[in-house]
Design a protein around this ligand. Structure first.
Ligand code: GLN
Length: 485
């Protein structure tokens, strides 16, 4: 067996498995062992599915022996606990779904299972994907492997940490306002939010349906492209999934950016951005220029309204989506003396404080008399934000921004101040509002803490942003650095 001490990427694993230098069972045991070692420190998983993983690994080895292996056959992955996995507890890190076992697989799981993956566990998250630090998990917070006293970002914090701490080869997350990209940036891994409609949301527990999108968290850009190849595509069970053909994303991985026009939107280099982050971004801009890109400052003047728009639209949709947790159909159920008591206690005990805050905000914004002033107004500004992106992409191939204005903050630092927590997503929210794709890739460190660079493209231009990401990655070494724990 080949020594895989530091773990493997998807593409390295594929080669080792295909050449029979390692078996999927050996690979899976390596990761399960690593999980045993580091999990007490980082706590990335709500559930570790070791038995299932070994069963899937044995099956993968048979397929490899029969010459039927694909790129993901036998590769250990983590899945954010908001994605339905048939027969495996899917909690959304909420007491409400603590014992919920889905009777069906999400579309992405059908695709990954058909590709022969090994699922080693379900990843911790902010409850119902509401948060930016994974501290809102009803079970326990997840810790950043680069500094265990700091947050990993959120809401896909468990997914990002499982990759950054070498517990899995890659993971899936979901992104409603930044929940893949922000933790990817905080943990120094690659995270992509695809175009809205690119990946089916069937079987993704809904938070804000017009913003939610599933995407990969990986160690490098090549793996991101490989996973995108598998999870993308039309699905008639998700009416917002778009019937566009899926290109081979690995074809766009080129190292030359000659003539590419990249916009630097000045509104993203916000006041309050840490100087260390700004220095990292300046160096990144220079590197992109060296690679042949033409960088110019651009303006997206409605950007400062994105945060307000998001925190009206997302809670509004959440308040409607979360109405289904009534203690009758599934999930936690309180049995009291009256229907009202059942409802009140089910929702009162089942949801945590942030979820309740969002439900109240959303219910208020949608209520008669306030609907026009809040929800309708937010939808109008949403259109303006989208139009602004369309316009800037007439002239530019992609936009370059920091993923977050700061490095990972300390656990507990922002829990009493929801507004300052919301601010950590200023750079990621606009892409969800407009439905455009974005990726965060490792771009450097400030005092040992990771900084992510975000690349945003127009609708269905995943190939373009992957190309920029790959060229930058190949010209730098940030993605090779591993957290030592
Ligand atoms: N942090 C944002 C929120 O709290 C985004 C979450 C997400 O993308 N799921 O809503």
């Amino acid at each position: 067996m080949t020594d895989i001490h530091g773990g493997v990427t998807v593409h390295e694993g594929y080669k080792l498995l295909k050449e029979k230098k390692i078996s999927s069972v050996e690979l899976t045991k390596h990761y399960l062992e690593r999980i045993k070692q580091v999990e007490p420190k980082v706590r990335a998983f709500t559930t570790v599915t070791d038995e299932l993983a070994l069963k899937q690994a044995r099956k993968a080895d048979e397929e490899i022996a029969a010459g039927k292996a694909g790129l993901l056959t036998g590769v250990p992955l983590a899945i954010k606990d908001v994605i339905c996995t048939k027969g495996v507890r899917t909690t959304c890190s909420s007491k409400m779904l603590e014992n919920f076992i889905p009777p069906y697989d999400a579309m992405v799981m059908e695709k990954l299972n058909a590709a022969g993956i090994v699922m080693v566990g379900k990843a911790n998250m902010d409850e119902f994907a509401m948060g930016s630090s994974t501290e809102n998990s009803a079970f326990f917070p997840t810790h950043n492997p680069w500094d265990l006293k700091r947050v990993p970002g959120g809401s896909s914090g468990g997914s990002a940490v499982s990759v950054a701490a070498g517990e899995v080869v890659a993971a899936l997350g979901s992104d409603t306002g930044g929940s893949i990209r922000q933790p990817a940036g905080f943990c120094s891994v690659v995270g992509m939010k695809p175009t809205y409609g690119r990946v089916s949301r069937y079987g993704l527990v809904a938070f804000a349906s017009s913003l939610d999108q599933i995407g990969p968290l990986t160690q490098d850009v090549t793996d991101c492209a490989l996973l995108m190849n598998v999870i993308s595509g039309h699905d008639k069970r998700d009416s917002t999934s778009v019937p566009e053909s899926v290109p081979d994303y690995t074809k766009s991985l080129k190292t030359d950016l000659k003539g590419m026009r990249l916009g630097i939107p000045k509104e993203y280099y916000v006041e309050g951005m840490q100087t260390g982050v700004s220095d990292v971004m300046k160096a990144a801009h220079k590197k992109l220029e060296e690679l042949g890109a033409i960088l110019e400052e651009v303006s997206l003047p409605h950007t400062p309204y994105a945060l307000a728009v998001y925190y009206i639209i997302a809670p509004s949709e959440a308040s409607a989506n979360l109405a289904r947790y009534d203690g009758v159909k599934y999930g936690y159920s309180y049995k009291g003396d009256s229907m009202w008591e059942n409802m009140e206690k089910t929702r009162g005990n089942g949801f945590g404080p942030e979820v309740k805050r969002r439900i109240m905000l959303g219910t208020y914004a949608l209520s008669a008399g306030y609907y026009d002033a809040w929800y309708l107004k937010a939808q109008k500004v949403r259109t303006l934000i989208r139009q602004e992106f369309d316009k800037v992409f007439e002239k530019y191939d992609a936009l370059i921004t920091p993923t977050s204005p700061t490095v990972p903050f300390k656990i507990g630092e922002k829990t009493d101040d929801p507004l300052s927590m919301y601010l950590s997503d200023v750079c990621t929210l606009p892409a969800n509002i407009a439905g455009v794709p974005g990726i965060s890739i490792p771009a450097g460190f400030v005092d040992g803490l990771p900084v992510g660079m975000q690349i945003i493209g127009k609708h269905f231009s995943e190939e373009t942003i992957l190309k920029v990401a790959y060229a930058y990655e190949q010209a730098t070494d940030w993605h090779k650095k591993r957290a030592e724990i």
